[in-house]
Design a protein around this ligand. Structure first.
Ligand code: NAD
Length: 468
């Protein structure tokens, strides 16, 4: 689906018309152009509050990029003794700000009291106007659930409100703001998430936080093919978001088993043939489906590393008007099937060590949506499933969800014009996302270096005004 308004408003005439009429002027998002593109370029400014713990790791990650890294100094609230890598030059933010920054990164892990939040103001107040279009703000804090003292938990929780508000202020530039909450001593798990949030891969992710826990290993990855040697099962892969997930995981090196209903087999084969994958025709709500899928995997690949539960349907009606099969089908496809497939794969030891389960929720599952009691119920259930399973899974297996907002697919193209236009514009970036935006977030979850990322629900929604 093409967004004509976005194109029009980025012509000189369209831009001035939108400004004079007070209409939104979305900035086109910069997405990945080449797979070997550096995750960040240009000037990056790093600041740290007192007692910062992540800044050295972030410095090492940035040091491996072609970006010019600067370490902010000049204020009492900044921790000037923190190391941000050999490459970083000191830059006094009170006097020396020139040019534009591709990213502003702040390590707030050491903030222990609400008074210390002043460091956020001191770092971002002079620098925020220097953030480039499509720039990135990344704040790193300590997960409030791991803070023993109430003032520290308060300070760390404050980061969520701060980042969400920043996302709303910078969205019109196509820029994003996100938060990483790490567990104590989980610094070695930061690398893949820092890269994701600073890169064009997270173009449509803003106002989000992700929790990163400790994990045994932080494996170095090949940046061009981080998923090489891995096998992925992607359901609903014949079109839309699922096709993009299949293509993206393949681009990153994985062998993909695409699955879709038998009626979609021809389209599915077009997708899987193009990526040298395998096609499996199967209705996931069929009671024989879990066994059929497990048998196929056992025979074709001997196991899978990633299971991406993307297949989904909507059957909208207000509850009083909803026929029972609308209810049953929607719960069965969007929720029950995921659980039964995972159960069978794990029972038969077909999900490999350090595997990744990724489920697709929706902002409807977070906020609820008119006419979608069935869909919202199922997509909320997905979140409950992910959070519960994250505590139970062993052998390095992680589970996370993506909650897409308005993504340009056949599902959203079928919406009435006014609802579609509202869905597109009601977010900080004032535009719809693309299937690739969801796929890139899934590739980040699947990265072997994302071992500490589990139990999360990250929204790919341009910071939609709907829901939290
Ligand atoms: P889509 O309708 O274009 O694709 C869904 C795919 O799932 C189709 O190929 C379909 O054949 C397949 N499928 C449906 N029932 C199946 C079954 N019983 N067995 C096997 N395959 C089945 O949808 P999309 O927009 O690409 O959405 C993909 C996922 O993202 C869904 O889970 C959807 O709920 C979710 N989502 C989409 C949006 C959006 O804006 N497009 C927003 C939030 C969530």
């Amino acid at each position: 689906m093409s967004d004509l308004y976005l194109k029009l408003v980025n012509t000189p005439v369209g831009k001035s018309a939108a400004q004079s009429l007070g209409l939104p002027s979305p900035n086109p998002l910069k997405r990945l152009k080449r797979v070997d593109q550096p995750y960040i370029e240009g000037d990056v400014l790093v600041g740290a509050g007192s007692g910062a713990k992540a800044v050295a790791t972030v410095g090492a990650t940035l040091g491996a990029s072609p970006a010019n890294v600067f370490h902010a100094t000049g204020l009492d609230t900044l921790d000037e003794s923190s190391k941000v890598g050999n490459k970083a030059e000191a830059l006094d933010v009170t006097v020396e700000l020139n040019g534009k920054f591709s990213a502003l990164v702040f390590d707030a892990t050491g903030l222990k009291t609400p008074q210390e939040l002043r460091a956020l103001y001191d770092f971002f107040h002079p620098t925020i106007r220097k953030l480039a279009a499509n720039g990135r703000i990344l704040v790193i804090g300590q997960d409030p659930q791991t803070c023993r003292k109430a003032p520290q938990a308060a300070a760390q929780q404050s980061l969520e409100g701060f980042v969400r508000a920043m996302g709303k202020e910078i969205g019109k530039k196509g820029a994003t703001a996100n938060l990483i909450w790490m567990a104590p001593n989980a610094e070695n798990q930061l690398d893949s998430s820092v890269r994701f949030f600073l890169s064009p891969r997270s173009a449509y992710v803003s106002g989000q936080f992700v929790r990163i826990g400790k994990a045994d290993t932080a494996k170095a990855t090949n940046p061009v093919a981080p998923l090489a040697g891995k096998v992925a099962l992607v359901t609903g892969a014949s079109r839309g978001i699922g096709a993009s997930i299949a293509e993206t995981l393949s681009r990153d090196g994985a062998t993909v088993i695409g699955l879709d209903i038998p009626q979609a087999l021809e389209d599915l084969k077009t997708v899987t043939d193009a990526i040298k994958g395998k096609a499996l025709a199967c209705d996931i709500t069929d009671e024989k489906a879990p066994k059929l899928i497990a048998d196929f995997i056992a025979k074709e690949t001997g196991g899978v590393d990633f299971v991406v539960h993307n297949a989904g349907i909507t059957r909208d009606k207000t509850l009083g008007n909803m026929p029972e099969h609308f209810w049953d089908m929607t719960i069965a496809v969007n929720l029950t099937a995921e659980e039964l497939i995972d159960e069978e794969l794990m029972h038969r030891s077909l999900l490999n060590e350090n595997g990744r389960i990724v489920c697709i929720s929706s902002i409807s599952g977070i906020a609820g949506n008119f006419g979608q009691t069935n869909y919202s119920c199922a997509k909320s259930g997905v979140i409950g499933y992910v959070e519960a399973m994250a505590k139970q899974l062993k052998d390095g297996i992680t589970i996370n969800a993506i909650a897409p907002g308005f993504i340009e697919t056949q599902m959203t193209a079928a919406m009435p014009f006014t609802i579609r236009e509202a869905g597109r514009r009601m977010n900080s970036l004032s535009q719809g996302g693309q299937p690739i935006d969801v796929a890139e977030a899934i590739a980040w979850y699947c990265n072997p270096a994302s071992a500490g990322v589990t139990g999360n629900v990250v929204r790919v929604c341009g910071q939609s005004l709907i829901g939290k």
